[in-house]
Write a protein that binds this ligand. Structure first.
Ligand code: MN
Length: 197
């Protein structure tokens, strides 16, 4: 199987003013594209053709090029799909009930997620996931994700690499996180939540 760089479902400027067009374009056409190409090269070099991304991430994470680029490919795919120019607001339905049940309230969840994203030292990701039927928050270094160690089933991930925010926010990761809530597509997150219950 050869992996491809997915098209975005919106323009590079569609998430402004929360995420700027130049950051989106470079992030997609340079960073995600490089992970895609390097993943395909790692698959060929290691004779792993035909494996799904889930198989690659769960069975072959001891191969650094597969771990870093496979994670990079998957993480960014879910990132683009979980954002929308019509995003923001609050979750509804079963997801909203589950957030209240697990964290107390949506604001409490956002605070816990924000803390996970802020305390991830260096580059990595913050995650909302489902573990044993319950929602949980965690973070991962580099391009790792919770699929690799089976910790949880991730349904929303935030990129906290500097390449995701530095042009617009400089070292202001907290401001970037606050802005990102305005573009989260809760309908997509709800779909993912339904799929893993
Ligand atoms: Mn990134």
């Amino acid at each position: 199987m050869t992996f491809e760089l997915p098209d975005l479902q919106y323009g590079y400027d569609a998430l402004e003013p929360h995420i700027d067009a130049l950051t989106m374009e470079i992030h997609h056409t340079k960073h995600h594209n490089a992970y895609t190409n390097n993943l395909n090269a790692a698959i060929e070099a290691n004779g792993l053709g035909g494996k799904t991304i889930d198989e690659l991430l769960s069975e072959n994470i001891d191969i650094a090029a597969v771990r870093n680029n496979g994670g990079g490919w998957w993480n960014h795919c879910q990132f683009w799909e979980a954002m929308s120019p019509s995003g923001g607001g609050t979750p509804s339905g079963e997801l909203a009930v589950a957030i209240d049940s697990s964290f107390g309230s949506f604001d409490e969840f956002k605070s816990i997620f924000h803390n996970a994203a802020m305390t991830r030292f260096g580059s990595g990701w913050a995650w909302l996931g489902v573990k044993d039927g319950e929602l949980c928050v965690c973070s991962s270094p580099n391009q790792d994700n919770p699929l690799m160690d089976g910790f949880c089933n991730p349904i929303l991930g935030l990129d906290v690499w500097e390449h995701a925010y530095y042009k617009m926010y400089g070292p202001g990761r907290a401001t970037y996180i606050d802005a990102w809530w305005n573009v989260v597509d809760w309908n997509e997150v709800s779909r993912r939540f339904s799929n893993c219950r």
